[in-house]
Design a protein around this ligand. Structure first.
Ligand code: ADP
Ligand code: MG
Ligand code: MG
Length: 908
């Protein structure tokens, strides 16, 4: 048996790994290897596999005995390449120990820099660099990071909110600066930094009861374990849940030679995107800082400089760009940008460091982007022949399309007001909401149904869940490439960072705006314009982003690659029109009962009530007769709006008791119309009361008891259809019977339908009117007996709301009481009413499709539950050979894209 290989080396223009080994080496490790292979200047190092991480967890959080020997072997190769030695007294090599999962989780796991500094190596390192300030600065950073990541977090020590060791050491440093009257870190002298490092070490013993290890080997081993541990850190777990990343993937660990951006004014560090991640514009976009270490940029502590002149913005236009300050290195970086885009054929997010004028690449990954940017980049790259059509279709996340149709600030309204504060436009679009000051509050308020804006001092990866819950995010510090900006952008959230004039106090939950007397308090409503970086107090009018020709062009490519149909759930002719504009190819669900709610429902509702409370068939027939013309009118207008496309009309579904009038006034009015007493109304209403109406007298059962109700609806549908045909139109009505559990229900109903069909034919002197007769599949029994159901039904449509409710036994209307507990306790990965539970409900669907088509091979099958517009559910429907999905009008483009992507990914 060959030995399991746990460590892969890279550097010196070669590597043992490559880009497509992300599962084993993590995204960072695989791309470090790839960049080495591309001949880019990558500091040498090695990657410990994700398998070694899962092994670590399987072995009760201990390293496999073979791992460290393999690590030290790989270290030898790195030492040879870099011509330095780890832990050497004369010529010490320092390394970083970096996390890196398969999918990037920006800032969610831990990294330790400057490993290898200890009393053995420091004297030689001082001599070699001849830069004591740099050495002591690096040393105190190491101590701080190591204490935080390895000694506190990885050990699972919880020192309480705001009492973490990092915070305490930070306070110590601030205190020192205050005493000396310093403003900036750079004012602290070398000797003082040395002194601070000693103070740090004392503080660590005092707080954590253990000394900071003064041994290079011990430092590395501790860090490797800590990075493994950070896979299960609180923020990483939260982020994984939101992004649906499996818990068992594990993280790789990258050990890499340190290069230093903090060695003086010819050194620097930066982060860049090969194209603008907010707009998609094909311009090299980034931020950098002179004399700093990498984490300074991403942590959002200093406002960074712009990379080049063409991408300067309001906030940083007075700062030097790299193009101005280091033109030669900038050009080199531009060349690397081109090499990376050609090789990865996508926008890359890169980290680089310049050590005394020499450029090094530390990371590259596919960059997160807004929906707008994703669309623009896909279309640009298609034009540039960098990618083909299929690739372009796959480049836009269906969830992000939503954001393209998202609101922006109405420019008219915006021109009339002045922003109270401005920041960097990190995530475009607009957001209005009530201000909260902690991530926790954001979640709590969100669950109460409030729209919130999360206002924070700085961008902190610990806040992910609050960021997720917020409509928009506003921070006082941080740059465009800060972690929070990345995360927000990935989610298409409106986000403004670095609004420096905000003085945030999260204890009193207020934010004072400098040089004004404005104070923003918890609960205040504010508006963010994330496209411009403007913040307004109060609520500004928002409007839909205007028709975007690029979007239309993209969607036409999408449709070229799509095979499954996309319909919409629309209950009014107006909705039908909107959906048609969004590209719906028919209506998969028209709910007749919706004409009894809302605008213009007075008269039909009154007639419906009359019908419901009728004492006998004659009364009921009369009421139905009056109702008929309203139903027919609505059906006709809908068929007309969808001319040439199918419209599925569902027979009246809800339990009748829902429509019984409750107010005295309405009861009296109805009593008068029926010529009876108000008390009789109440009595008849009570008679309809059910203890479990969801499973009561509803759906097909209504028509079984009162065939005249079915009669009226079928007649309305067929007559509407005939009238349209006479007007030269092409109606395609489909009649759908809800809540069935047995084919006999379909057969009994069909008799009524056939009878009405014959009568309407006679009236219009035709021999036949085309329509389809089918059923909604929403009771588990109907899925079990689908072979029989298909004998009568010409089509199925999965009503996955009810099917989910009845399969789980979770009442849709009461789920609010317990669903969050199931999600919080990780008992359910997602809300099954939003995305199909493929494991359970999905089995029923798969079986139903097979049984149904065994009886009737050309059986049309769709889905009309809420999940029909959810990308994962659309993919599931595609894999199960559904004919179409049907969803709400605004989700039609999302479903189209998801369907096209499924066809590209899984098509024959
Ligand atoms: P994250 O995934 O959270 O970005 P990284 O592993 O990329 O974490 O490291 C955090 C910061 O430290 C980054 O800015 C990175 O560029 C910097 N860094 C990591 N390793 C090195 C190294 N070997 N030399 C210099 N800087 C480094
Ligand atoms: Mg990084
Ligand atoms: Mg239903």
């Amino acid at each position: 048996m060959s030995k399991l290989k746990r460590v892969y080396s890279f550097g010196n223009k070669t590597a043992e790994g490559k880009a497509d080994m992300k599962n084993l080496l993590g995204g960072k490790g695989a791309n470090l290897a790839e960049m080495s292979l591309l001949g880019l200047p990558v500091p040498a190092g090695f990657t410990i596999t994700t398998e070694a991480c899962t092994e670590y967890y399987e072995n009760n959080c201990t390293l496999h005995p073979d791992l460290m020997p393999e690590v030290w072997d790989a270290m030898k190769l790195t030492e040879k390449t870099m011509n330095m030695k780890y832990g050497d007294p004369e010529n010490a090599l320092l390394v970083s120990c970096r996390s890196g999962a398969r999918k990037s989780m920006p800032g969610m796991m831990d990294t330790v820099l400057n490993l290898g500094l200890c009393s053995v190596t420091i004297p030689g390192f001082l001599k070699k660099t001849n830069n004591p300030r740099f050495v002591w600065d690096s040393y105190r950073r190491l101590i701080m990071m190591y204490a935080d990541v390895v000694m506190e977090k990885a050990e699972g020590i919880d020192l309480g909110e705001g009492r973490g060791i990092r915070k305490q050491l930070d306070e110590l440093l601030d205190e020192f600066k205050k005493q000396k009257g310093y403003n900036l870190d750079t004012e602290i002298t070398a000797d003082e930094l040395k002194f601070i490092a000693e103070e740090f070490k004392k503080k660590i013993i005092e707080v954590l009861g253990k000394p900071f290890p003064d041994d290079a080997k011990e430092q590395l081993e501790g860090s490797i374990k800590a990075v493994f541990k950070s896979w299960n850190g609180k923020k990483a777990v939260s982020y994984r849940r939101i992004e649906s990343i499996p818990d068992d993937w594990g993280t790789a660990v990258n050990v890499q030679t340190m290069v230093f951006g903090n060695m003086g004014d010819t050194s620097a560090t930066g982060v860049a995107f090969t194209r603008n991640p907010a707009t998609g514009e094909n311009l090299f976009y980034g931020e950098w800082l002179i004399n700093a270490q990498g984490e300074d940029v991403v942590a959002g502590i200093r406002t960074p400089n712009p990379l080049n002149d063409e991408t300067k913005n309001e906030q940083n236009k007075h700062l030097h760009s790299m193009e101005e300050a280091m033109p030669q290195t900038y050009k080199e970086l531009c060349d690397i940008r081109n090499i990376l885009e050609k090789s990865f054929r996508d926008m890359q997010d890169i980290e680089f460091t310049i050590q005394e004028g020499v450029l090094y690449m530390l990371q590259c990954r596919t960059g997160k982007r807004t929906g707008t940017a994703a669309l623009n980049m896909a279309m640009d790259m298609l034009q540039e022949n960098l990618i083909d059509e299929k690739m372009a279709v796959l480049r836009v996340d269906p969830g992000q399309l939503d954001e393209l149709l998202h609101p922006i600030c109405d420019p008219e309204a915006e021109s009339k007001v002045k922003p109270v504060v401005r920041g960097l436009p990190a995530g475009p679009g607009a957001a209005v909401g009530k201000v909260v000051f902690t991530a926790e509050d954001a979640v709590i308020w969100y669950r109460k149904g409030e729209k919130v804006i999360l206002l924070r001092e700085e961008t902190n990866p610990e806040d992910v869940e609050g960021m997720r819950a917020a409509e928009g995010i506003l921070t006082a510090r941080g740059g465009m490439t800060s972690h929070a900006a990345l995360v927000a952008r990935g989610w298409g959230k409106c986000c403004i960072v670095g609004a420096g004039a905000l003085n945030v106090n999260s204890k009193t939950k207020t934010a004072k705006i400098a040089e004004s007397n404005i104070v923003i308090k918890e609960g205040d409503i504010i508006t963010l314009n994330g496209t411009k970086g403007n913040v307004y107090t109060g609520e500004l009018t928002l409007m839909d982003a205007s028709e975007n020709p690029r979007f239309k062009e993209f969607m036409s490519i999408v449709d070229k690659h799509r095979t499954m149909g996309v319909r919409t759930n629309a209950d009014t002719p107006d909705d039908a029109k909107i959906a048609r504009d969004f590209g719906a190819e028919g209506i998969g669900l028209f709910r007749t009962e919706h004409m009894f709610y809302g605008k213009g429902s007075e008269e039909p509702l009154f007639l419906l009530r009359k019908m419901i409370l009728s004492a006998n068939v004659t009364e009921r027939r009369k009421a139905l007769n009056d109702l008929f013309k309203y139903v027919k009118k609505d059906m006709k207008a809908t068929l007309e709006a969808m001319d040439g496309l199918p419209v599925t009309f569902r027979l009246l579904d809800p339990p009748l008791h829902e429509f019984v009038p409750q107010s005295t006034e309405k009861q009296e009015e109805l009593a008068k119309a029926l010529g009876i007493q108000k008390e009789d109304i109440i009595k008849r209403g009570e008679a309809l009361h059910e203890s479990n109406p969801m499973m009561g007298h509803r759906g097909v059962r209504l028509g079984i008891t009162f065939p005249e109700i079915t009669d009226m609806q079928v007649r309305a549908m067929l007559e509407a259809s005939m009238e349209l045909i006479k007007e030269g139109k092409k109606p395609h009505p489909e009649l759908m019977v809800p809540v069935t559990c047995d084919v006999s229900e379909l057969n009994v109903t069909k008799k009524v339908v056939d009878k009405v069909h014959d009568e309407v034919c006679k009236k219009y002197e035709v021999s036949k009117i085309d329509f389809k007769y089918g059923t909604m599949i929403e009771i588990p029994r109907a899925t079990l007996l689908s072979d029989k159901m298909a004998k009568t039904a010409e089509f199925f449509s999965f009503g996955t709301n009810d099917l989910t409710q009845m399969t789980f036994g979770f009442s849709r209307d009461d789920i609010g009481g317990f669903l969050n507990d199931y999600l919080d306790k990780n008992m359910l990965a997602t809300d099954p009413f939003q995305t199909i539970d493929q494991e359970g409900v999905g089995q029923l669907i798969t079986m139903s499709v097979q049984k149904g088509r065994a009886t009737r091979p050309d059986l049309k099958i769709g889905i009309c539950g809420e999940q029909g517009g959810d990308p994962a559910s659309v993919e599931f429907c595609y894999k199960n050979n559904l004919t179409y999905v049907s969803c709400s009008p605004f989700r039609v483009p999302i479903a189209r894209l998801a369907a096209a992507q499924s066809a590209i990914k899984f098509g024959k």
